[in-house]
Design a protein. Structure first.
Length: 213
């Protein structure tokens, strides 16, 4: 690491996951347009080791999503569609779920209601957010605030993971957090960044039949 810094070559503390980001910002030029979008991700991850490094399991399959988006004006985008996940070696789809989002942009601020710009888009470090969730737990639903300036970026969100009704045999689950990044110094070959991240989790409820732990 010190050698790379001395040579002025890029060095990272973890893998660059930008290829897995899924972002569709509100663009003023798209006002009045109805658009069709498609997305696909094929994945394969083998965690079978001879040492006790991880449980011996393999993820092998694909995700697909198709959705329509419409921008009634320069600041608002509405989209809806369908998400699916298929794990190879099974005779049924592991997940089929509708997706819906209302997204509003006000200069550097974005508000999202519905399907969030989540997963690896939160840019959390891997000890806080397992990379494998992009394969097996991709969708998040709730409310999100995004703010981005030249030297500052902020993501605050609430993900309503599981709701309950009267007599549900399980508890509700809600998670959320914030992820931020401040560029303290940025030169041609040197960049000093201060990240600040937090995750919170709630599990409970008053109308379910599940006894508290």
């Amino acid at each position: 690491m010190l050698l790379l810094l001395g040579l002025g070559l890029p060095a990272r503390g973890q893998l660059n996951n930008e290829a897995f980001y899924l972002r569709f910002p509100v663009v003023a030029a798209d006002s009045g347009k109805l658009q069709l979008h498609t997305y696909a991700l094929g994945f394969s991850r083998n965690n079978e080791y001879f040492q006790r490094f991880a449980d011996g399991y393999t993820y092998f399959g694909y995700q697909g999503m198709a959705w329509l988006s419409y921008q009634p004006d320069a600041r608002v985008r509405v989209w809806g569609g369908l998400f699916m996940r298929d794990d190879f070696g099974t005779n049924r789809l592991q997940e089929v779920q509708p997706v819906f989002r209302i997204q509003a942009r006000f200069d550097s601020l974005q508000l999202i209601f519905g399907t969030l710009q989540g997963s690896l888009n939160h840019q959390l470090i891997e000890p806080m957010y397992d990379f494998e969730r992009v394969m097996v737990d991709r969708l998040e639903e709730g409310l999100q605030l995004l703010y981005e300036k030249e030297r500052f970026w902020l993501d605050v969100w609430i993900d309503w993971e599981r709701t309950i009704y009267l007599g549900s045999p399980f508890q509700e689950r809600v998670s959320g957090g914030f992820s931020s990044r401040l560029d303290l110094a940025k030169k041609e070959k040197t960049r000093l960044v201060l990240p600040l991240q937090m995750l919170a989790f709630h599990q409970g409820g008053q109308i379910d039949t599940d006894l508290p732990p």
